[in-house]
Design a protein around this ligand. Structure first.
Ligand SMILES: [Zn+2]
Length: 334
């Protein structure tokens, strides 16, 4: 097995302080392994997922260009591959996160952060029903459903029903990954509660506590639209490890030169841009946002968001790949 071979490779150089994936990748080169399809229709299979991660790394030119990591950085990942605790929901959540990260068009510091912290992801129970109820409203909002449907359609997913969004569940986790907002599987959206708590602290810092539910609601709406788009696309293409959420060349020409990522495109159809709700809190037009949010909740027939009037700040993050993260410096990861 490929995973066993990788573990053996890592363990056989235990005296070195650095570790390079290169010699393992060289052994793969002669086999040209195909990308692993992850179907998940009969539950998830940890060994398929682990193999998919290693092959994704191998096929990722940005990852391949990294010569070495500190051995201690990769150690947690190897322990994760060796783990027998695969039925643990937190393990499954970490595995899905790693499947996405292994495809990221990112640089060394991103992968270092991921290796060091991915195993801090822990599923938690979120007692507050506010966001779960909000998700029901979002799934029933005709304008939002239409935006999601047309986004996945552009990426090759056909035959989409309104009911396709219904079974999507929300799961909350905590993690020492403060750049991470959330990600998704083929039937769930995973939301970082640590980040939500940070948002609430930020709102309080700016003295806007009376707008907690509004800002949290809008932040969650944005994120749910983004992640449900990924869920729907993966379901329709029947692959969690779907080749790329970015557009194929031919669609790229149709939609123009934008951040060509399905979740981002769906968000843009509602908000006109990807909004960073952590910034600009002191100057937001709360009256306007309140009215807009009420329209979402009441499923008003038209949903018009005017970015300028709202005074919301556009996110400077560049979408990297299927995980929703905030990276402030533009073009840091491409
Ligand atoms: Zn995305």
């Amino acid at each position: 097995m490929l995973t066993d071979r990788f573990i053996k490779e890592f363990r056989s150089h235990s005296n070195n302080e650095l570790f390079s994936f290169n010699s393992f990748f060289q052994t793969l080169a002669s086999q040209t392994p195909p990308k692993v399809k992850i179907v998940m229709s009969n539950g998830y299979d940890a060994s398929t997922g682990r193999e998919a991660i290693l092959i994704n790394f191998y096929k990722n030119p940005q990852f391949r260009s990294i010569d070495v990591f500190a051995r201690s950085t990769v150690e947690k990942f190897v322990q994760f591959l060796e783990s027998k605790d695969c039925e643990n929901p937190s393990y499954e959540c970490q595995l899905i996160f790693m499947v996405h990260c292994s495809k990221a068009k990112a640089e060394y510091s991103f992968f270092e952060t991921v290796f060091k912290n991915f195993n801090t992801i822990k599923i938690v129970e979120y007692k507050d029903s506010y966001l779960e109820n909000l998700l029901l409203k979002i799934k029933q909002n005709d304008t939002i459903v239409k935006a999601i449907k047309s986004s996945v359609f552009d990426f090759g997913a056909k035959h989409i029903d309104k009911d396709d969004l219904k079974p999507i569940m929300v799961v909350f986790f905590e993690a020492q990954l403060n750049i991470l907002n959330g990600f998704a599987s083929m039937d769930k959206i995973y939301i970082n509660l640590t980040k939500i708590n940070f948002l609430l602290e930020t709102i309080e810092y700016y003295g806007k506590k009376q707008n907690n539910d509004l800002i949290l609601g809008l932040y969650f709406t944005r994120l749910a639209i983004h992640e449900m788009t990924h869920v729907l696309l993966r379901r329709k293409l029947n692959d969690l490890n779907v080749s790329s959420p970015f557009l194929e060349q031919k669609n790229m020409e149709i939609l123009g030169n934008d951040f060509l990522e399905s979740g981002y495109i769906a968000e843009k159809k509602i908000f006109g841009a990807k909004i960073d709700f952590f910034r600009g809190l002191e100057i937001l037009n709360f009256d306007y946002l309140n009215n807009f949010f009420r329209d979402v909740m009441e499923n008003k027939s038209t949903l018009n968001f005017d970015l300028k009037i709202s005074r919301c700040q556009i996110s400077e993050s560049v979408p990297i790949m299927a995980v929703d993260i905030d990276i402030r410096k533009k073009r840091e990861y491409e």
